[in-house]
Design a protein around this ligand. Structure first.
Ligand code: GLU
Length: 483
């Protein structure tokens, strides 16, 4: 049973890149009936915050890809391989015996070479036009342990090779690694060592992570081998790039999951979009539900080249998912976002709100846009009286039509204000009296919205309610007197 993990540092909100890595791990785990683990790499105490840890967990939950093991939202851990926070593992002394083992077996040694000396050697290599490959002296006497770090003795002549799901066969020459630092002291491993020990103790089988870790993999494989742990399989997924092909960053716009959530994107759309960031099927299909993704996702089909973040594509997907929502979900979300956008929704009846939300959902890309642009239809601003005129229809005729419609609207009870009922009834009367529709419905729509382009007068009247509808028509009548 495969066990996979993500190991983010809680030094910021859940980034889109981490969410995509999480998704690929989650998809693989679900498909193979394995487990998806969240481990928190929080040993950088200056930059790690519990609040970010919470945001990571919340973000994964919102996306619908919660980990099977890890710290929970309440701070409690769940799973049998804990602790899942590196800081706690460190406190428990998890790493000490392994560092001891490496030192005792001669694979690691204390090195107190000063920074100045290291810099000098680096410069020398640079001047000679050679790569800087550091080798310390494992047998040095009189070590200043206060100063020293622990280094791994990388073999000089080993070809490190693995078959990556994404990159195919990758080889590294161990000589080029030099003796790299693996711990600050016997209790404080650095990333490359801690990750190997944690992965091994948590029985991780597959490591699916960003390709920015490619150069760490040979180091981790060496340590893994020396410590006698089981081999892992690797998939290094491509970087996410902005439209300009540079690494995705803040200057490209929203880069965290919570930003997209706040903007009213739907989790299903995000999942669909994130899955296509570096993965696709041969037929280039674009729309997938999470369940479908679990079925068809293959690590082998992850692409090598960078994945360009196309926000127009995300918007299109979001529109699709928005249209596919059930009436109830649409109503609930619409309501929530209207409020968020400053709408006084309490002023409206449930029916009015439903019509408003349906009308809005025809044009928005995300719920974050709901009611913002169309505010102007619902809040009447002054408009030129000429706008009420339909083609060359005389003002008196327009005024008479508005009178007729106002009469009908006045007679009706508020309960019968409904887009479909209004449309049927008003159009029937116009037909009966042989009034061309435009002549009456254009001025009505302008009277209600003040605009040339707006939703239908039936929808606007329903949303405004009887009183406001009649008030706006009478305002229009007054304006017509000025023409
Ligand atoms: N903390 C590392 C990161 O978030 C973990 C990398 C790994 O998956 O090994 O980049």
């Amino acid at each position: 049973m495969p066990r996979v993990r993500i190991a983010p540092s809680p030094t910021g909100p859940l980034h889109i890149g981490t969410a995509r890595t999480a998704l690929f791990n989650w998809l693989y785990a679900r498909q193979q009936e394995g487990a998806f683990i969240l481990r928190i790499e929080d040993t950088d105490t200056q930059r790690s915050f519990l609040e970010y840890e919470q945001q990571i967990i919340e973000g994964l939950q919102w996306l619908g890809i919660p980990p099977d093991e890890g710290p929970g939202i309440d701070g409690e851990e769940y799973g049998e391989y804990g602790p899942y926070r590196q800081s706690e593992r460190m406190k428990q002394g998890v790493y000490r015996p392994y560092i001891r083992q490496l030192l005792d077996s001669g694979w690691a040694y204390y090195d107190d070479t000063s920074k100045q000396e290291l810099d000098r050697q680096r410069k020398e290599a640079e001047e000679a036009g050679e790569p800087f490959v550091y080798r310390g002296d494992p047998y040095k006497a009189d070590i200043d342990y206060e100063q020293a770090v622990i280094r791994f003795r990388a073999p000089h002549d080993k070809q490190i090779m693995w078959r990556d799901y994404v990159r195919g066969e990758v080889t590294f020459d161990s000589h080029l690694l030099g003796d790299f630092v693996i711990a600050k002291d016997i209790d404080t491993p650095l990333y490359n060592l801690a990750v190997v020990i944690d992965d091994a103790l948590m029985d991780i089988t597959h490591i699916i992570r960003g390709e920015d870790h490619l150069s760490n993999t040979p180091k981790q494989m060496l340590i893994n081998e020396v410590l006698g742990f089981a081999k892992k399989k690797y998939a290094h997924i491509p970087l996410i790039l902005g439209q300009d092909k540079s690494k995705l960053s803040k200057r490209h716009g929203a880069v965290t999951v919570s930003q997209y959530r706040e903007q009213g994107y739907l989790p299903e759309a995000m999942i669909n979009f994130l899955a296509l960031l570096g993965w696709r099927e041969p037929d280039d299909r674009e729309v997938y539900s999470p369940e479908e993704l679990v079925k068809v996702f293959r690590l082998k089909r992850i692409q090598k080249s960078g994945a360009v973040f196309d926000s127009a594509k995300l918007d299109n997907l979001n529109v699709r998912y928005l249209k596919a929502l059930s009436d109830e979900e649409r109503y609930k979300k619409g309501n929530q976002f209207l409020k968020q956008n400053g709408w006084n929704v309490d002023r409206l009846s449930e029916k009015q709100l439903r019509v408003l939300i349906d009308v809005e959902c025809q044009r928005i890309h995300t719920f974050g846009e709901i009611g913002t642009e169309t505010q102007r239809f619902w809040e009447l601003t002054d408009y030129p009286s000429e706008r009420l005129q339909w083609k060359n229809t005389p003002v008196e005729t327009i005024s008479a039509h508005l009178d007729l419609l106002a009469g009908m609207l006045e007679e009706r009870s508020e309960e019968t204000y409904d887009p479909e009922l209004l449309e049927t009834d008003l159009k029937a009367v116009l037909e009966e009296r042989e009034i061309p529709r435009g002549e009456a419905l254009w001025p009505l729509r302008v009277a209600l919205s003040g605009r040339e382009a707006s939703p239908s007068p039936f929808e606007i009247a329903t949303i405004l309610g009887k009183e406001e509808t009649l008030r706006r028509i009478s305002l229009a009548q007054n304006k017509l007197k000025e023409v």
